[in-house]
Design a protein around this ligand. Structure first.
Ligand code: ATP
Length: 220
């Protein structure tokens, strides 16, 4: 489902960055913060801002929050406020509630309340950074399951000019190239004759170990 109306509760560093990025992508965003100064500061940048405490049921009703397609709770330190806001939003029947958790326990409580997606920005960013630091050619990755990962790898000089057939990642390393992002175009399900050039982005699917073995073998 595609959302068009978002509400972001808590306009700290995370919430304000998220709200601004959604606006930049052309969506309507209501920003709410209990701190009036913070809400006012963002009023020129968002569709609508309100200074309100979202643990107050009446206030949430007045704001018409149930009309939002997706509400993101970006309250951090005040765990009680984060949890109470989540309960109210789920009771209102908001279609999708996303909440930021500061700890595993906070996240578990949010899941039990029925929050649709719990995110751990600091933890996840640290994990991503650690992967990128030890494997500099890996640009990004998504864990599909405990076993399988999709990773974007920037093609190093060592394999520049080689065809996918010659690289034969499936037979040699066990991982497959599902897309090849070249400067001008993206080749989905590329063929054995397609040539990899330096800095092309190879989208690989396989286990973490298979992708790491390939990355180790091709790094200059
Ligand atoms: P960040 O890392 O994103 O800066 P944080 O994790 O440190 O944030 P806080 O600063 O505690 O989290 O909260 C983010 C924002 O949420 C703050 O601007 C705060 O005023 C707002 N906030 C906290 N409680 C409520 C509430 N009950 N209703 C509305 N806004 C709230």
């Amino acid at each position: 489902m595609k959302y068009s109306q978002f509400a972001v509760i808590g306009l700290g560093r995370f919430g304000s960055s998220l709200a601004k990025e959604l606006i930049a992508q052309g969506y309507e965003v209501m920003g709410i913060d209990k701190n009036e100064e913070i809400a006012d500061d963002m009023s020129d940048e968002l569709t609508f801002t309100a200074a309100a405490d979202t643990t107050d049921e009446e206030v949430l009703k007045e704001l018409g929050i149930r009309n939002s397609d997706c509400v993101i709770i970006a309250i951090g330190n005040d765990i009680q406020a984060s949890i109470m806001t989540a309960i109210l939003l789920k009771d209102f029947g908001v279609k999708k509630v996303v909440a930021k958790a500061l700890s595993e326990l906070h996240g578990r409580v949010l899941e039990k309340i029925g929050v649709d997606r719990v995110i751990y920005p600091e933890r996840d960013m640290a994990i991503r950074l650690a992967h990128q630091l030890v494997q500099p050619n890996i640009l990004d990755f998504i864990e599909l399951s405990n076993k399988y990962t999709i990773a974007e790898l920037s093609a190093p000089q060592k394999i520049s000019g080689k065809t996918l057939g010659k690289l034969d990642t499936r037979a040699k390393y066990g991982c497959s190239v599902v897309a090849l992002h070249k400067q001008e175009e993206i080749l989905i399900a590329p063929s054995a004759n397609d040539v990899v050039d330096k800095d092309d982005i190879m989208v690989l699917i396989g286990t973490k170990q298979q992708i790491e073995r390939f990355e180790d073998a091709v790094t200059d």
